[in-house]
Design a protein around this ligand. Structure first.
Ligand SMILES: Cc1cc2nc3c(=O)[nH]c(=O)nc-3n(C[C@H](O)[C@H](O)[C@H](O)COP(=O)(O)OP(=O)(O)OC[C@H]3O[C@@H](n4cnc5c(N)ncnc54)[C@H](O)[C@@H]3O)c2cc1C
Length: 386
């Protein structure tokens, strides 16, 4: 049993990916507790990757993230995807690798949650505990959850971002950071579908259709499938687009493997010629005010309009919001965090790890790798005597 009056060595806020990894790495002689608002650990891990958790990726570079690349490299150097895979292997989990280089649990995300259950003494986990306030007095952190208060010499903020409030997300990490005068870089939902302006409302009629595209957003070129949805556009390539898009236009090539010019003399109907779903080509023809006629009957002006499919530019209206976003972009500025320890440069023994920081990865296992790598660096420092 946890003695409430005892001063712990460490309190970890959040039993998600990063908090669980820190806890699993701590020496047995450390007195620590891990607090979570939910009634179970690893809620996001459980539903991630379609229930199989995309743990990491074969290829991981700082450019797969938004955030300070020097900071990211410092952390990944200490615990990269190979070390993560080795650690999983030691715990009897050999993930499956898919063609895209993504690693997933074999059968269920529970395989990884069970590793944490095995490595963390259950008596150190306090569930149904919503952290509402933190104070620091004379080198001791006071953590308040409702009427209960816990004390510790070190505090690890592993409380994640604002996405998926249904799974326990709160703004506590940002509140704590602000109360200790840390800078929070602008927060927004990311890895999320995009909403449309009136001009593109015709996309909504294509709900359920998917096609391969290339997207140019800011200085990035992204390839993958777009999915037309009732609320706007989604699919993996759009989720990644949402990471890099802030405002203004994006450019979509709806015919990434097809050139129109060599087919100008074709007698095929345009909607039959274009290698995209027929309903999509018909919707575009209507949008561009082109009759669906044989290709060789199109006027120069029509061909010019049709070429817009290769570089269709439009400004999305916004995104589907935190309830649908896989992650939160922005967060606690890494300028004020020591990349060797994950400790705050402003407050001794205060640590920030995982998604609460201003580092966000693409779809593909990059965010769990970040959560685990930053946790590993933090744990290495905590293992030393405080
Ligand atoms: C639907 C979905 C699918 C995803 N799939 C993948 C994937 O396949 N691969 C990938 O790399 N990433 C994926 N992600 C992103 C990934 O889940 C997160 O980036 C990662 O979990 C972040 O880890 P974390 O420890 O920082 O935060 P979290 O895992 O979110 O953990 C934070 C914990 O803090 C707790 N908490 C919050 N506020 C409080 C409070 N006030 N008091 C007490 N506890 C609190 C929360 O309940 C939560 O358990 C997915 C996300 C979602 C939403």
């Amino acid at each position: 049993m946890i003695n409430k009056n005892e001063i712990m060595d460490i309190i970890i806020i959040g039993a998600g990916a990063s908090g669980l990894m820190v806890a699993s790495q701590l020496n047995k002689n450390k007195k620590f507790i891990i607090l979570d608002i939910n009634d179970k650990i690893g809620s996001k891990i459980e539903i991630s990757g379609g229930g199989k958790c995309n743990i990491t990726n074969q290829s991981i570079e700082a450019s797969d993230y938004i955030g300070n690349p020097y900071f990211i490299n410092d952390i990944l150097r200490e615990f990269d995807q190979y070390q993560l895979l080795e650690w999983l292997e030691k715990n009897n989990l050999t993930p499956n690798i898919r063609e895209s280089g993504q690693y997933f649990c074999k059968n269920s995300s529970k395989e990884i949650i069970n590793i944490f259950k095995k490595n963390i003494d259950i008596k150190n986990i306090i569930l149904n505990c919503k952290v509402e306030n933190i104070r620091k007095r004379e080198d001791v952190f006071y953590v308040e959850c409702g009427k209960k208060s816990y004390r510790a010499k070190s505090l690890v903020v592993a409380s994640g971002g604002l996405s998926f409030p249904i799974l326990g997300a709160t703004d506590i990490g940002f509140k704590i950071a602000t109360s200790f005068e840390h800078t929070i870089n602008a927060l927004s939902p990311a890895l999320v579908g995009l909403t449309l302006q009136k001009e593109q409302f015709f996309f909504k009629e294509l709900s359920g259709i998917s096609t391969k595209v290339t997207i140019r957003v800011e200085d990035k070129i992204l390839n993958g499938s777009i999915l037309f949805a009732h609320k706007g556009i989604s699919g993996i390539v759009i989720l990644d687009t949402s990471l890099f898009w802030t405002k203004g236009e994006i450019e979509i090539d709806f015919l990434p493997d097809f050139d129109i010019e060599p087919h100008q003399n074709s007698k095929k109907l345009v909607s039959n010629l274009l290698p995209i779903p027929k309903s999509l080509s018909k919707a575009f023809l209507k949008h561009l005010k082109i009759q669906d006629s044989p290709m060789n009957k199109l006027s120069k002006e029509n061909i010019y309009q049709l070429l817009r499919l290769k570089s269709y530019k439009f400004p999305p209206a916004g995104n589907f919001g935190y309830s649908k976003a896989e992650v939160t972009k922005g967060g606690v500025s890494t300028d004020e965090i020591n990349s060797k320890t994950m400790m705050s440069k402003k407050v001794d023994n205060l640590y920030f790890i995982g998604e609460v920081l201003d580092i966000t990865g693409k779809i593909g296992g990059y965010n769990f790798q970040w959560a685990f790598s930053s946790a590993f660096v933090c744990a290495n420092n905590l293992k030393k005597d405080v």
